[in-house]
Ligand binder design. Structure first.
Ligand SMILES: *[C@@H]1O[C@H](CO)[C@@H](O)[C@H](O)[C@H]1NC(C)=O
Ligand SMILES: *[C@@H]1O[C@H](CO)[C@@H](O)[C@H](O)[C@H]1NC(C)=O
Length: 229
């Protein structure tokens, strides 16, 4: 009951603001940009966190590639040009964090996969972002959502991202957490120029109530997920 009320309150408060805020009011790992994506910590285990995100708008572009790195570099450049003024109005704005890469779960060897890269729009442009001049760019409205998050250091490469995604799904299986199995997000917070204390994440979007503990057996024998906040 308290938990549901808490979620509703978060959802309500979230709808009143953009979900983008100054980096000094957010997490310790979002330090390089002026503004960062804001979240509420719902619960955590030794292996993952559950975070709640309110709706936000992003500028996105798709990369079709056999390997994430190749397509991602081209897509990244397109997005970077947009924030450097390749838009109607020639508006230049600072980069925000994180950068999201939507990665399909199933990729076939003989077909290129579609990766979607997204930059978070700054709070000043959340409501009315300037239209991109490149027709490969589009806006994405991320809904209100809970995500399962696993963090790791070093560099976000295709292999490391998939490895951490795999480790997170193993853990989500153990706690019987429900999530969307069709894709995950690779989430980067640092510019390539930062060498130490780099922070990356992998996200799966939660379905239903977030789970942070292994379900316990009830007297009737039916497992009930423990959803303590
Ligand atoms: C964050 O920075 C802004 C602008 O520099 C300042 O007004 C605000 O007080 C700071 N907030 C915190 C929590 O330090
Ligand atoms: C999972 O995500 C895919 C792709 O965004 C979407 O089409 C599908 O409906 C989602 N599944 C569920 C159960 O929400």
């Amino acid at each position: 009951m308290d938990f549901i009320a808490g979620l509703l309150l978060v959802a309500f408060l979230g709808s009143a603001e953009s979900g983008v805020g100054p980096s000094n009011s957010s997490s310790s790992f979002c330090t390089e940009s002026k503004e960062c994506l804001q979240f509420e910590l719902v619960c955590k285990t030794d292996e993952y966190e559950v975070r709640h995100y309110s709706p936000t708008r992003w500028v996105s572009t798709d990369a079709e590639a056999y390997f994430m790195g190749v397509g991602a570099a081209m897509a990244f450049r397109r997005l970077f040009q947009y924030i450097r003024g390749a838009n109607e109005g020639d508006v230049k704005f600072d980069m925000t964090a994180p950068v999201l890469v939507k990665i399909p779960e199933e990729t076939k060897m003989w077909e290129p996969a579609i990766y979607t890269l997204s930059f978070l729009l700054p709070s000043a442009y959340q409501d009315s972002p300037p239209a991109p001049t490149n027709d490969k760019l589009y806006f994405t409205d991320m809904p209100d959502m809970d995500v399962y998050v696993r963090s790791y250091g070093g560099w976000m490469l295709s292999v490391t991202s998939r490895l951490h995604a795999h480790l997170l799904t193993k853990e989500l299986q153990r706690t019987q957490a429900q999530y969307n199995h069709t894709y995950h997000y690779g989430v980067g917070y640092d510019s390539p120029l930062k060498l130490l204390n780099r922070h990356n994440e992998v996200w799966y979007v939660a379905e239903g109530d977030p789970v942070c503990a292994v379900p316990t057996e009830t007297p009737s024998g039916t497992p009930t997920p423990d959803t303590k906040p």
